[in-house]
Write a protein that binds this ligand. Structure first.
Ligand code: AMP
Length: 122
């Protein structure tokens, strides 16, 4: 099983289902602990989501509970993706909590690029 149990983690969230291959995704890159895939509702010409495979509901859970190997691999993915996608200018966003705009309760980082973002994202 790809998702390990964590306190209060909702195992029925859409990204957990995606990691269990219950629903499809358009994968960009995948490693042992990390998956990067295209956002289903892109807000820029290139909009990729990066998620840990472990069961972490938000950024705080990931950065306080994940193993060093998981955190290292996540950072490596953020480092590799822009070049893989041909981007030298991009925006990284991560929302934690409903008030911040987090819809899916599985930690994720949005990588957006492909054109000037200043006018399309507040
Ligand atoms: P957030 O509002 O920060 O939680 O972002 C959740 C993101 O997940 C949104 O940009 C959605 O478009 C995206 N999303 C939801 N379901 C899927 C899916 N099945 N495949 C790819 N992206 C998805």
């Amino acid at each position: 099983m790809l998702c390990r149990k964590r306190y209060m983690y909702d195992h029925e969230n859409i990204f957990a289902k995606l990691l269990r291959h219950e629903i499809p995704c358009n994968t960009v890159l995948e490693t042992k602990h990390v998956l990067a895939f295209y956002d289903i509702n892109p807000q820029a010409p290139i909009h990729v989501l990066i998620i840990p495979k472990g069961a972490y509901g938000h950024a705080q859970a990931f950065y306080t509970k994940a193993t060093a190997e998981e955190r290292l691999e996540f950072g490596d993915m953020l480092g590799r993706l822009p070049e893989h996608l041909g981007l030298s200018s991009f925006r990284l966003i991560s929302n934690q909590g409903k008030e911040a705009g987090q819809e899916v309760p599985h930690y994720h980082v949005h990588l957006l690029g492909g054109k000037s973002l200043a006018t399309i994202l507040a």
